[in-house]
Design a protein around this ligand. Structure first.
Ligand SMILES: Nc1nc2c(c(=O)[nH]1)N[C@H]1C(S)=C(S)[C@@H](COP(=O)(O)OP(=O)(O)OC[C@H]3O[C@@H](n4cnc5c(=O)[nH]c(N)nc54)[C@H](O)[C@@H]3O)O[C@H]1N2
Ligand SMILES: Nc1nc2c(c(=O)[nH]1)N[C@H]1C(S)=C(S)[C@@H](COP(=O)(O)OP(=O)(O)OC[C@H]3O[C@@H](n4cnc5c(=O)[nH]c(N)nc54)[C@H](O)[C@@H]3O)O[C@H]1N2
Ligand SMILES: [Mo]
Length: 763
């Protein structure tokens, strides 16, 4: 274990530090040779799609693009460590519950289907057929299919996701909570009001043409490192890159490209952001309003002086509605409010507005710092407003760029993982398959948890992920999960969710993306859609981690047959035998996939068209909409002058709930994760110093106590009034009620808390 320390990281992001970190990861997973060979097949025309992030590849045809965190994601799957029936025989579930998340996943790849045995408090091996029968029995016993929840995490392929929704809808419910509900749902719900699409409007090549790139609340150096190539090229071309982030994230400042021999050998690096503004947590709307206010005033002045206009009035008049109300609101918004809420000065916003005005083409990038808020969907709409004011949508080198998380989270939604299915989709599903799918809206993550807490849900099935750890409000929500009759997880690794289980519980181990998937017609490939709506094929090459693994597709078919029995109208085995048949069915239900099987055989795959990119506005008015955000930010809790906004963040060494190590290299924190970052001013106000231990307590409005204990205070450059700590350790602090009313995205990046010196002392 790394010894605990806090010391600043002065190297650029990437570079030798990244190479060293990856070789260490390969060693820890004991895959030096095999892992390295596996890495060279990542994101290649004939290889597999990186299971890491959703950033696109330059046509999937370039030579190997080094990515530290993509490499780690692969190493974690290609590990030679195994989590076997013998391991489960040695440890009771109660004992495993005391292990930390790092140690749980470090056991290795799951090798056998396992079922919980209450008498011995252990998971015991089961036959696949018995596991399927058990799920079938439990699901058939429910008086109402809406008493079951079917979760999806975003690594699931288009093929598995489509079969999954087919099974669940034939079973009779639209209860599809998915990881997207905790992630970019604010985009999927908020952006259609503005632009008529719930996805981004840019392609990778647009980054080569943009003069200005704004990055709001997104950390590319850690979460989509291949994006650094685009940013570095843009910076070297002289494009201005401006970031808004409470942290001075290392990669947003300086980056040493591991693919550049010159930078690596000469130890030089590229400055990325022209400016990085340390916005307050939840301060982005104030910033956006400030910038737009400056644009509107500059435009009026320019027109009065008969200089060229600043706003793109041809575009605004021809393509949008609502600009008057927006301008009206901006004029009424006062600078003192903007400055207080954003934590930035008017001059800062003038600098940003200046760069934006000068740019012929601008891209607005954003991530979780925008979406995971009390008003996440409204936040997203303000980004769209800024783009629309200068016609920066539907033009080369310009657009709105939400950076998705999981490698196929966008594709899962495209092929039907949604709790609110559209009528035309359900009609085509019925036409193709001949059963009547349910039309009533189902549950998302938050409403599923609320129904569980009320005792209305009995069964939970998960296609991947680590639901119990990723969700908010553990005390209430994990108790609800433990009350269920059935919990069943399709997984590659042991994780917390398998221990927070129901009366009957199953772990169903599946093939990973790096592994060969052989079915009756031969080796299969699957397809995924990246953040820029490019769809392409992915085929594993490694020998499966165990001979007992099934593909996700085969597992769904097994569960479907055992649950639906004679009643099913779908030939499940036929689909499993040849995934081309699944793609034909997807094409029949979703016309945008026209020519699916032929088009994925072209290296690089194909683009799913976006109407907004073509300036076709799929909104009720037929135009893009300017939408007003009332006020300047989130409401602080009443009567608590000492509160801080807590934002929950990812370290450089984790993939969501999967911890690659206990360190966070770029932020300079080593060997520990129970830390809270805040600035010297906030420390002094509380009589604290760096290294003190504190408890974090939510300023709850429902009377419930939400607390995590004994965190180390780290004095850090951070905006006043806010603090930051790692996810998932701080998920118990996020109330279930703290969520965006439009999209139900939990406010993981804005929880009002208090700090109290810990009673316990020492480590
Ligand atoms: N290696 C690795 N890659 C990943 C993941 C991973 O965990 N590890 N997760 C994947 C998934 S599912 C997702 S969704 C993406 C997540 O990728 P990101 O969208 O980058 O998510 P985060 O790292 O949670 O937060 C992004 C940034 O927001 C900043 N921030 C926090 N609060 C605020 C705020 O109020 N305003 C602003 N402007 N900024 C704020 C944080 O400091 C952080 O730099 O990455 C994907 N890729
Ligand atoms: N406080 C706080 N909470 C958050 C967030 C935050 O920023 N702050 N972020 C939210 C976000 S953006 C997201 S996306 C969610 C993530 O929530 P999830 O997607 O549910 O969680 P992961 O940690 O990505 O899931 C990891 C598990 O997936 C399984 N797995 C890995 N590969 C495969 C595969 O190929 N197939 C299958 N079937 N299983 C596989 C492994 O068993 C592994 O343990 O968390 C959310 N929760
Ligand atoms: Mo995510």
């Amino acid at each position: 274990m790394t010894t605990k320390s806090v010391r600043p990281y002065r190297e650029p992001a990437g570079g030798w530090g990244a190479l060293k970190a990856l070789s260490e990861a390969l060693l820890v997973q004991r895959v030096p040779l095999k892992g390295a060979a596996t890495l060279s097949r990542m994101n290649q025309p004939e290889g597999f799609d990186c299971p890491g992030c959703a950033w696109p590849d330059p046509k999937h045809t370039s030579s190997f693009e080094f990515c530290e965190n993509g490499g780690k994601a692969v190493a974690w799957e290609a590990t030679s460590k195994r989590c076997t029936p013998e391991f489960f025989a040695e440890h009771t579930v109660t004992e495993l519950t005391s292990w930390n998340d790092y140690d749980l996943e470090m056991v290795g790849r799951l090798t056998h289907p396992m079922a919980y045995d209450a008498a011995s408090d252990r998971y015991l091996p089961v036959e696949w057929s018995d596991a399927f029968d058990m799920i079938g029995r439990e699901l058939r016993a429910l008086p109402d299919p809406n008493m079951a929840e079917f979760y999806t995490s975003g690594r699931t392929s288009n093929e598995a996701a489509f079969l999954y929704q087919l099974f669940v809808r034939e079973y009779g419910t639209n209860n599809f909570p998915d990881c997207s509900n905790m992630c970019h749902e604010a985009t999927s719900v908020g952006l259609p009001y503005s632009l008529g699409v719930g996805k981004g409007t840019v392609l990778l090549e647009d980054f080569d043409k943009a003069d200005c790139i704004f990055i709001f609340g997104q950390n590319p150096g850690t979460n989509s490192p291949r994006m650094m190539t685009s940013l570095r090229n843009a910076a070297r071309r002289g494009a201005s890159i401006i970031s808004f982030n409470p942290f001075r994230e290392r990669a947003l400042e300086r980056f040493q490209a591991p693919q550049s021999p010159i930078e690596m050998i000469t130890l030089s690096s590229t400055a990325i952001s022209s400016k990085l503004f340390q916005v307050r947590v939840g301060g982005d709307v104030a910033v956006l309003k400030g910038i737009m206010k400056i644009l509107v005033e500059a435009d009026e002045a320019a027109r009065a002086a008969e200089r060229p206009e600043i706003l793109d009035w041809d575009f605004i008049r021809g393509h949008t509605v609502g600009v008057e109300a927006l301008i009206d609101d901006l004029k009424r918004t006062q600078w003192p409010d903007i400055e207080r809420q954003s934590g930035l000065t008017r001059e800062d916003m003038e600098y940003a507005a200046g760069a934006y005005m000068k740019a012929e083409r601008a891209i607005l990038v954003y991530g979780m710092g925008i979406t995971q808020h009390w008003r996440g969907a409204n936040n997203v709409q303000q980004i769209a407003n800024l783009a629309l004011l200068r016609g920066n949508v539907g033009r080369e080198g310009a657009g709105v760029c939400p950076v998705r998380g999981h490698s196929n989270v966008q594709g899962d939604r495209t092929v039907g993982i949604t709790e609110v299915p559209k009528a035309d989709f359900l009609e085509r599903l019925e036409q193709r398959f001949g059963f009547k799918p349910p039309t009533a809206p189902g549950h998302n993550v938050v409403t599923a948890l609320e129904a569980m807490i009320r005792g209305e849900v009995k069964a939970f099935f998960a296609m991947g992920g680590n639901f119990a750890a990723a969700i908010p409000d553990w005390q209430a929500t994990q108790a609800a999960l433990r009350n269920l009759d059935l919990t069943a997880y399709v997984a590659t690794k042991l994780n917390r969710s398998h221990l927070v289980h129901g009366r009957a519980a199953l772990i169903l181990p599946c093939l990973g993306r790096t592994e060969i998937d052989v079915q009756a017609s031969g080796p299969q490939s699957i397809t995924v859609e990246d953040s820029m709506s490019m769809v392409h094929a992915s085929g594993g090459r490694n020998k499966p981690a165990s001979e007992h693994l099934l593909s996700e597709v085969a597992i769904i078919a097994g569960v479907a047959k055992a649950t639906l029995g004679e009643r099913t109208v779908v030939d499940w085995d036929d689909f499993v035998a040849d995934y081309d048949r699944i793609r034909d069915a997807i094409e029949a239900v979703f016309p945008i996939f026209q020519g699916y099987n032929a088009r994925i055989r072209v290296p690089g795959g194909f683009h799913l068209t976006s109407t907004a990119r073509e300036r076709i506005w799929a909104t009720p008015s037929g135009k893009a909409n300017f939408l007003v955000f009332a006020g300047c930010g989130e409401d602080p809790p009443q009567g608590d002058p000492d509160f801080l906004w807590l934002t929950t963040i990812r370290s450089h060494d984790q993939y969501n709930t999967t911890l690659y190590s206990m360190s966070d290299r770029y932020r300079g924190v080593f060997g520990q994760r129970d830390v809270v970052f805040l600035n010297e001013y906030e420390l002094k106000r509380r009589g604290l110093v760096d290294g003190d231990r504190v408890d974090l307590i939510t300023a709850s409005t429902d009377g419930a106590e939400r607390i995590v204990r004994n965190f180390r205070v780290v004095a850090y450059s951070f905006p006043t009034g806010c603090c930051a700590a790692y996810y998932p350790e701080t998920n118990p602090l996020v109330p279930l009620y703290a969520r965006d009313p439009l999209s139900f995205t939990p406010s993981y990046k804005g929880v009002p808390i208090r700090l109290v010196r810990s009673a316990a002392t020492g480590e």
